[in-house]
Design a binder for this molecule. Structure first.
Ligand code: HEC
Ligand code: HEC
Ligand code: HEC
Ligand code: HEC
Length: 310
């Protein structure tokens, strides 16, 4: 695995983009990171998901801990099937507007919003504050449904609000304009029979790394993207897992729905998505590859085509 400073990449991308609109899709700097099966899906400490006082981004002096903003070992919030070991106050499912009915005829109602989608939305709703936690560090005390701890947040020394405000990052309470969340995955019966499948979804027992995303591309020999598109490796169960199936991406009470964490791993500071870096303003000096689970991020729409056989 290669590691390098994002700043350096952003700078080199800027030069390449000025020269050619196409340069960004390849591996111009020759520095795209690759991960191998068995590597940990880690990096949260240096990512934007570390809000403690040792953070390099939005941080508070309220605590040096970082897991505490999402997990606690005791007194966890289990309302609405919240998982895992959840330590935050969250909006109720009915606060959200769900996607509704798809072209394929599958329906998701607001009451269905669950599991890790509620978990992510406990910050990405843009309403709940970062310090709205259940079990505060040490003697800070327990509040069953979470309470605001009054911590002050800053970013590079400048005070910032204690909730998300960037329009890019606020998914909000209206989920009708997002990819369907908490929707049941109605996949194909087998690798060759799509009867009953919705939206050309592959069979859920498909091994992700065996999915062919490259033979119909212009360059099927695929040196493209450091070979990441051809490998189609995803971070699953906390590591880069070459054996994971699509079913391993599904969550919810019956482990059969698409939730935020189907596509994202909030701990995986994904350094392999070179295409996203060039879209960052220089002031946003740390790209987390959008915490996407897929090695290579959504290059070649590999995230989408892993589930949809389009
Ligand atoms: C920004 C919120 C957030 C922070 C901070 C966070 N987690 Fe998580 N964690 C989650 C969510 C959401 C899940 C569920 C992911 C899923 O459905 O796969 C999870 C799942 C896990 C899991 C089980 C699945 C896996 O990926 O291994 C472990 C273990 C875990 N977290 C440990 C930690 C530790 C240790 C820390 C601190 C170093 C931490 N987390 C910080 C949100 C967070
Ligand atoms: C404790 C609050 C909190 C929770 C819970 C949380 N996030 Fe975040 N998230 C943040 C903050 C803070 C940022 C960065 C904001 C900034 O730097 O302006 C962020 C940034 C992101 C980004 C952008 C990263 C990038 O590369 O630009 C993504 C994507 C994201 N979060 C997804 C998720 C998902 C998916 C979950 C659930 C699995 C989740 N978050 C849970 C607070 C949270
Ligand atoms: C079906 C896969 C999928 C699901 C489910 C999903 N995301 Fe994403 N998300 C993506 C992809 C792909 C991107 C990158 C889009 C881009 O390049 O702007 C993304 C980007 C983001 C961003 C950054 C937005 C931007 O354009 O900069 C945030 C924040 C985020 N997701 C949060 C969430 C949250 C919260 C949930 C659950 C409510 C969620 N995502 C569910 C695939 C998904
Ligand atoms: C984890 C699997 C998964 C991933 C990854 C995924 N999808 Fe989906 N997608 C689904 C499911 C499940 C449905 C619901 C299909 C149904 O039942 O009609 C769906 C539905 C859709 C629909 C149809 C919505 C409608 O109203 O009919 C579109 C369009 C779509 N996805 C696009 C995308 C795109 C673009 C991406 C990549 C950013 C993506 N999907 C990634 C599982 C996934």
């Amino acid at each position: 695995m290669k590691r390098f400073l994002t700043l350096a990449l952003a700078a080199s991308m800027g030069v390449f983009m000025a020269g050619s609109a196409f340069a960004v899709v390849g591996d111009p700097a020759g520095t795209v990171d690759t991960y191998s099966a068995g590597d940990p899906a880690n990096g949260i400490v240096s990512s934007r998901h570390n809000l403690g006082s040792f953070s390099m981004h939005i941080s508070t002096l309220g605590t040096t801990e970082l897991c505490v903003f999402c997990h606690t070992p005791h007194h966890t919030n289990t309302a609405n099937n919240l998982k895992p070991m959840w330590n935050r106050g969250t909006s109720a499912p009915t606060s959200f507007t769900a996607y509704g009915t798809t072209i394929g005829g599958t329906t998701v109602a607001s009451a269905d919003i669950g599991s890790t989608s509620l978990a992510c939305l406990s910050c990405h709703d843009g309403v709940t504050t970062f310090d709205n936690i259940v079990n505060a560090p040490g003697k800070g005390g327990v509040s069953a449904t979470g309470s605001v701890r009054g911590w002050v947040f800053s970013d590079f020394g400048s005070p910032v609000p204690s909730n998300l405000v960037s329009s890019r990052l606020v998914i909000g309470l209206d989920l009708s304009n997002d990819h369907p969340m908490s929707i049941v995955y109605n996949g194909a019966v087998s690798a060759t029979n799509y009867t009953g499948s919705r939206a050309s979804l592959r069979a859920s027992n498909t091994t992700i790394s065996t999915i062919d995303l490259t033979s119909d591309t212009a360059d099927s020999s695929v040196t493209y993207d450091g070979g990441n598109l051809a490998k189609n490796l995803w971070a699953v169960r906390g590591f880069i897992d070459g054996d994971a199936t699509i079913a391993d991406l599904l969550r919810g009470a019956s482990n059969n729905t698409v939730e935020c964490s189907s596509c994202h791993d909030p701990h995986f500071n994904n350094k392999s998505y070179n295409e996203v870096d060039s879209t960052y303003a220089n002031s946003e000096f740390e790209s987390n590859g959008l915490f996407l689970r897929r090695v290579g991020g959504n290059t070649g729409s590999g995230v989408c085509r892993t589930c949809h056989a389009k």
